[in-house]
Design a protein around this ligand. Sequence first.
Ligand code: F0G
Length: 355
Amino acid sequence: AHLWQGIIREYADLLPEHLTTHIVTLGEGGTPLVPAPALSALTGAEVFLKVEGMNPTGSFKDRGMTTAISAAKHKGAKVVVCASTGNTSASAAAYAVAAGMRCAVLVPDGKIAMGKLSQAIAHGATLLQVDGNFDDCLVAARKLAEAYPVELVNSVNPDRIQGQKTASFEIVDVLGDAPDIHALPVGNAGNITAYWKGYTEYAAAGISTRLPQMWGFQAAGSAPIVAGHPITEPETIATAIRIGNPASWEQAIEARDTSGGVIEAVTDEEILAAHRILSAEAGVFVEPASAAGVAGILSRARRGLVPAGARIVVTVTGHGLKDPQWALRTLDGSDVVPQRVTADIMSIAAALELV
Ligand code: F0G
């Protein structure tokens, strides 16, 4: 049996050497590529989910964090900093522990999910809640890293993209070639940049024979790339992608246009509906932002824009336990209250309508 070694050791020959000298890993990557017959039926395509919630801290950020922190270690860094809507901070905090470094995180006040906040604190990060949104946090983190001896581990750091590109490698390794379409949520636009880089490199190396169309989906209240201008007050219940001025904007456009893909907006209602379908019909529990890619393919299917039989991989980016409250609310906004029974088999059987 092969014991998975983390993405740096698994793909060392496809990564820059400075990432391989001081490897800091928690065993990230090697995540499941799950066939989703329910989504195939709804779209007329062949849909697979790349379940990134199965990474050590529960999101895809771990792929980029093993590389960013390993590079920081290579340089002898003692302190790392990031701006975050939550997942990056959880990941940076965990990998900083593994590396023996200090971690500082800047998060938008009151706008990150409880699970992610708990992770950063549990891992001993210094967490500062900033009176501003993610974009303000990122500006501050970049300035801090310029002025002081701290490493910036946001996806503007190219070492992050190097790690995250390995998700594409894994998909091709499992499917035998690239899919027709790759769909995913877009926030700061690092991940769409990374996937495109991965697919392009595998094709250039002759490991795959084709490139997928890249389909990115932003939340409608936070869709600067779709609007064509920054959004100064981004809003969405999908707090992970509540971003108005993505750092990798140009790279996302490049991935979209070179691949013949699209970047579109999905509403919060569409995101929550997709979240529900993922949980109740595919068996995969994700956080709301992670459902944006699925919301996107369902929206395009309704408009007749999903080619019949196309092979589609959708990345679901983070685990449902990060932000579980959404499961306990119905689509019309009322709370779900579990039914109470007494501890006897008759009332339980009656509640289950077995009698
Ligand atoms: N999905 C989840 C669950 C995320 O946490 C993020 C980004 C994205 C999608 C979008 O990815 O930014 O590469 O386009 N979260 C960042 C963070 C911003 O701070 O955790 P992207």
